[in-house]
Write a new protein. Structure first.
Length: 363
């Protein structure tokens, strides 16, 4: 198991550390990790968050939400903000509930120590993640697995990039967003209420958000478990976000494949979409060299998930980890097809305030 303190600085992604600066202003930070298990046709998505970490506010506290088999939903709250810890310079965080026997944990623990001292909580780094959450009246959920990051955000041979570009280092966007691991491989186990899943080199994805609240509305698609193309990873998203007091619609598509990175973002590409409140997603993007078309569909009913808002962590998001996804990437001048791929294990999401289809075309 790689030790979390021995990561090379060159491998770190921008914004991978904890952002809170001690301010009393409204603040949240959230982390999303998904392990996909193609052999079972299932996924486990872990969503950790901390709201108003200074304490003493109605929204102050932490939570860990889990989407499990069949998109079953569980949520465990962690009301004591002083029991949350996070590293400011790299990915590392944890939160636990008092068990009456353990002392307050405010740092990373070796796996054996964690098992001994934490009975209800979690910890995660870029290379190791584990936890147990107790559900009153239900069986517990536990997990422990190592992570081997393959793609972060950018070409592997180059310096890793900020998902939102250089402006993300300035306090102009609300909220911030960073993809931490576009594609990694997880090895270990997850115990979902008595059923144990053991896996080796299962696809893993990780991202984070931070700021005051989620966008007014948004959509998101993610997959790194494509049929017959285990090296392929895609993330696409669009949102109506706040920028210096006004709102703009912005979208992006990013693809990692065979050590290449195809990035379609507002400063280098035209991006457009037609997305329904639920069930259908169509996103296209093109720049001088490439065009990509992404189609997501689902007949599954959405699972409601809590997200940070100005009123705290509330249900305002619709999710599935069993969506169908199709992508085509072409070289424009020759119309050469570079990638055609599909999956039935895509993450699909819409959130915020929707009134009918959302169509956007910025050429």
């Amino acid at each position: 198991m790689p030790h979390p303190l021995k990561l090379s600085f060159a491998d770190r992604v921008p914004h991978c550390g904890y952002h809170w600066n001690g301010s009393r202003q409204r603040f949240f930070e959230g982390w999303y990790v998904r392990v996909t298990l193609p052999a079972w046709g299932e996924s486990f998505a872990l969503m950790a968050s901390i709201d108003d970490p200074g304490g003493g506010k109605p929204c102050s506290g932490g939570a860990l939400q889990v989407l499990g088999p069949g998109d079953a939903y569980r949520c465990r709250t962690f009301p004591e903000v002083k029991r949350f810890w996070a590293w400011s310079d790299r990915l590392g965080l944890g939160h636990s509930r008092s068990s009456g026997t353990n002392h307050t944990i405010t740092q990373y623990l070796e796996p054996e120590q964690f098992n001994q001292r934490v009975k209800d909580g979690y910890q995660m780094t870029e290379t190791w993640q584990q936890g147990t959450i107790l559900q009153p009246g239900e069986s517990s959920i536990s997990w422990a697995y190592s992570v081997d990051p393959i793609y972060r955000w950018g070409k592997p041979s180059q310096r890793q990039q900020s998902t939102a570009g250089w402006l993300s280092f300035l306090p102009v966007f609300e909220p911030g967003w960073q993809i931490l691991i576009a594609h990694g491989l997880a090895s270990g186990w997850i115990d979902w209420q008595g059923q144990r899943y053991e896996f080796s080199q299962a696809p893993l994805y990780a991202e984070k958000n931070w700021g005051g609240a989620f966008p007014q509305k948004w959509f998101w698609l993610q997959c790194n478990a494509f049929d017959n193309l285990p090296d392929l990873a895609l993330t696409a998203a669009g949102g109506r976000r706040r920028v210096l007091g006004w709102r703009e619609s912005v979208g992006m598509v990013g693809v990692h494949f065979q050590d290449e990175f195809y990035e379609f973002v507002p400063w280098n590409s035209a991006v457009g979409w037609e997305v329904q409140p639920w069930g259908n997603w169509y996103i296209w993007a093109e720049n001088d060299r490439y065009r990509i078309d992404v189609i997501g569909t689902t007949t599954h009913a959405p699972t409601q998930v809590r997200v940070p808002t100005e009123q705290g962590l509330i249900f305002a998001c619709r999710d599935t980890t069993h969506g169908h996804l199709q992508i085509e990437l072409r070289e424009k001048s020759s119309q050469t097809l570079l990638i055609r791929a599909s999956s039935h294990l895509a993450g699909l999401e819409t959130g915020g305030d929707w009134e009918g289809a959302w169509c956007f075309d910025k050429r």
